[in-house]
Ligand binder design. Structure first.
Ligand code: NAD
Ligand code: IPM
Ligand code: MN
Length: 368
């Protein structure tokens, strides 16, 4: 290997630092077998950055990210910053870094593990075998459109947000979805609200056009309200779910409940030149600082980093297999009720790290 992989670590707020350090722990454990491979550099983002520098995304953090091969992020936000002006909220730090790095596609896999089938919010027979991938557009739509703001007119205030999608924004994320589907079960479900919104009508038209370059992939379209229902009714029938920024945000939290806990869901945000990996969940202020956070979403996000950014498939698979093995032994954080006493965040990290090392040392462990 040439040199080191530089990883920018942005722990953020709430449970962000607690879960991120477990992900770093697992990567460092892998180095016991791989030899020195990663260089970590930490930066501030979100509420902690606001407290230290008065902005949610300091220039220093941007430059750390620009110099890194990949970014590992925890979570941002918390009630102590909720009264801030909109441009000074922690969440702005996250939205800005996604935009600054051009991370237009967000992959959010949701796979139901057989060991956890009974923890799903759904009946086991309905949810067993679910394995879907939400492909969420991440740098456009109503999150970023102008005009936006709270204004006054005729003695009353009104709030405005604007959803805008340009053709090229839809096109590039659609290509990513079809390419992913090619290596999966060859099915794309595009989700929109084309019965009401113009942005969605354009979305549907462009996705249909892009699909002609992928004749072997089945495409269907669902309205988002129906999709929210079908995800509960027939979750196993979904493969790749392609959707806009806001619909993807909402549907991915829904998908978390199929798997058992939002503490399990990782994500990868990709652009042409950069990549950022973070759990789907937030900073969980209700459990922060209590050693109760599930670090598996953060650890699985690091596995996605190994796969997508570093092309280290065997190591990625070792981390994912380690997570499954540890869960199979009945090890649980408090968000995953089980028979035995729950373990702490760092104990879960220790066990996954040890199992990862064991797998990497085994010559028999090979990707399929
Ligand atoms: P949340 O995801 O932080 O928490 C929702 C619920 O899930 C809470 O009960 C929490 O305890 C639980 N939970 C979340 N992650 C968990 C984990 N790893 N282990 C165990 N339980 C977990 O969502 P919220 O409460 O709506 O938002 C809290 C703050 O986080 C807000 O400021 C919000 O803006 C922010 N947020 C940030 C991100 C991000 O940084 N990517 C994502 C979502 C929300
Ligand atoms: C997520 C979060 C963010 C989003 C917030 C914190 C800006 O909910 O990553 O899912 O809405 O994208
Ligand atoms: Mn969200």
């Amino acid at each position: 290997m040439h040199g080191f992989y530089r990883i920018a670590v942005l722990p953020g707020d709430g449970i962000g630092p607690e879960v991120t350090s477990e992900a770093v722990k697992v990567l460092k454990a892998a180095e016991e077998v791989l030899g020195p491979t990663f260089r970590f550099q930490t930066g501030l983002i979100g509420g902690c950055a606001l407290d230290a520098t008065a902005v949610p995304l300091p220039p220093e953090t941007i430059s750390i990210c620009n110099q890194a091969h990949a970014v590992l992020l925890g979570a941002v936000g918390g009630p102590q910053w909720d009264s801030k002006r909109p441009e000074l909220r922690p969440e702005q730090g996250l939205l800005q870094i996604r935009q600054r790095l051009g991370l237009y596609v967000n992959l959010r896999p949701a796979k139901v593990m057989e060991t956890l089938v009974s923890l799903s919010a759904l009946k086991p027979d309905r949810v067993r075998g679910t394995n879907l991938m939400i492909v969420r557009e991440l740098t456009g739509g109503i999150y970023f459109g102008n005009p936006r703001g709270i204004f006054s007119k005729d003695g009353e205030r009104y709030g405005v947000n604007t959803e805008i999608y340009r053709e090229h924004e839809i096109e590039r994320v659609a290509h990513r979805a079809f390419q992913l589907a090619q290596a999966r079960r060859r099915k794309v479900t595009s989700v929109d609200k084309a019965n009401v919104l113009e942005t969605s009508r354009l979305w549907r038209e462009v996705v249909t056009r892009v699909s002609r370059s992928y004749p072997h992939i089945e495409l269907d379209h669902l309205y988002v309200d129906n999709c929210a229902m079908q995800l509960i009714d027939r979750p196993t029938s979904f493969d790749v779910v392609l959707t806009s920024n806001m619909f993807g945000d909402i549907l991915s939290d829904e998908a978390a409940m199929l798997t058992g806990s939002i503490g399990l869901l990782p994500s990868a945000s990709l652009g042409e030149h950069s990549a950022l990996y973070e759990p789907v969940h937030g900073s969980a202020p209700d459990i922060a600082g209590r050693k109760r956070a599930n670090p598996l979403a953060a650890i699985a996000s690091a596995a996605l980093m190994l796969r997508f950014s570093f092309r280290m498939e065997r190591v990625a698979l070792a981390v994912e297999t380690a997570i499954e093995k540890v869960l199979k032994r009945g090890v649980r954080t408090p968000d995953l009720p089980g028979r035995s006493r729950p373990v702490t965040t760092s104990r879960m990290g220790d066990l996954v790290a040890a199992e990862t090392v064991k797998l990497l040392k085994s010559p028999k462990f090979r990707p399929p």
